[in-house]
Design a protein around this ligand. Structure first.
Ligand SMILES: [Zn+2]
Length: 290
């Protein structure tokens, strides 16, 4: 990856379909999420499609799926396959892995994803994967990720998945309260923790954690910057300028839309490159040897 040639790094992009035509979510959840986000673009991009979309924009993308096999009873896309496919587009794609926290082999899999497949971080979605992230039973996962020296990215706040369905299809928002990750960040000071999204309805908690803990960061994906609450806009331009990351949550939000709305925010010009690229370069260890 030639960092100097990139305009930006999108820290949050979902692979929704694999090379065999399998989808990350079942049909009911896909349709409910489409209604919630009113997405009109391709809702189930493959690794290939994502690489082409981002290459046109001189932007790199952190790509991943979410392995919620146990919670959803739906087979996950393979993080090994995603990472191997991303390797063919190493100029623009940065693969993260995902493991099912309920899988007894998850720790072993984390190690092999990093060692054998070049994965550079891990994505968790506590609500979709139905686990309490501060449960000590999951600490071995964080230990392995910290040992590998790569970031752990956690969905936080409201989710569009299951939205509008009875009981939200059993998906519990509580698991995505960012404050559940305060224990994790405290107990693993060497682990880089990224709280994904404006953490609706827990925005102030996320800002407090990122302010208090050197190893906690925020990715700004999933919501158009037009709808960022004022305290988040202030934090982006001020205290947290070195700790916030551009992310779109493609395919539900396009990087074009996110960036156009970010341009309209009251954020100083010198802060913009930090958010769009430089903070991610540092967190991902792309600037030089880790
Ligand atoms: Zn996500």
């Amino acid at each position: 990856m030639n960092i100097a040639e990139l305009d930006a790094i999108d820290f949050h992009v979902h692979v929704e379909q694999d090379a065999h035509g399998h989808f990350a979510l079942d049909r009911e959840l896909l349709d409910a999420s489409a209604r919630y986000f009113k997405a009109d673009q391709d809702r189930t991009p493959t690794v290939e499609a994502i690489a082409a979309h981002y290459r046109e924009r001189r932007t790199a993308a952190v790509v991943f799926t979410v392995d919620a096999t146990t919670a959803l009873g739906h087979p996950a896309l393979s993080s090994e396959e995603i990472a191997d496919a991303a390797a063919a587009h190493a100029d623009v794609l940065i693969p993260f892995g995902s493991v099912d926290p309920h899988d007894a082999g998850a720790v072993r899999r984390i190690r092999s994803l990093v060692r054998d497949h070049g994965v550079r971080g891990f994505k968790f979605h506590p609500s979709l994967q139905a686990f309490e992230p501060d449960d000590r039973a999951h600490y071995p996962l964080y230990e392995a990720i910290a040992e590998a020296g790569v970031p752990a990215l956690f969905h936080t706040g409201q989710t569009g998945i299951g939205a509008g369905l009875p009981g939200g299809r059993g998906i519990k928002l509580r698991y995505s309260d960012p404050m559940l990750l305060d224990d994790v960040a405290a107990d693993f000071p060497e682990l880089t923790v990224v709280l994904a999204h404006p953490s609706v309805p827990w925005q102030d908690a996320a800002i407090s954690m990122a302010t208090h803990k050197a190893n906690v960061h925020i990715d700004l994906s999933g919501w158009s910057p037009k709808y960022f609450p004022p305290q988040l806009v202030r934090a982006v331009g001020g205290l947290l300028r070195h700790k916030v990351l551009f992310g779109s949550d493609y395919p539900v939000l396009t990087p074009d839309r996110w960036r156009a709305d970010f341009d309209a925010l009251d954020v100083k010009p010198e802060v913009r490159p930090l958010v769009l690229k430089e903070n991610a370069v540092r967190l991902l260890g792309l600037g030089g040897p880790r």
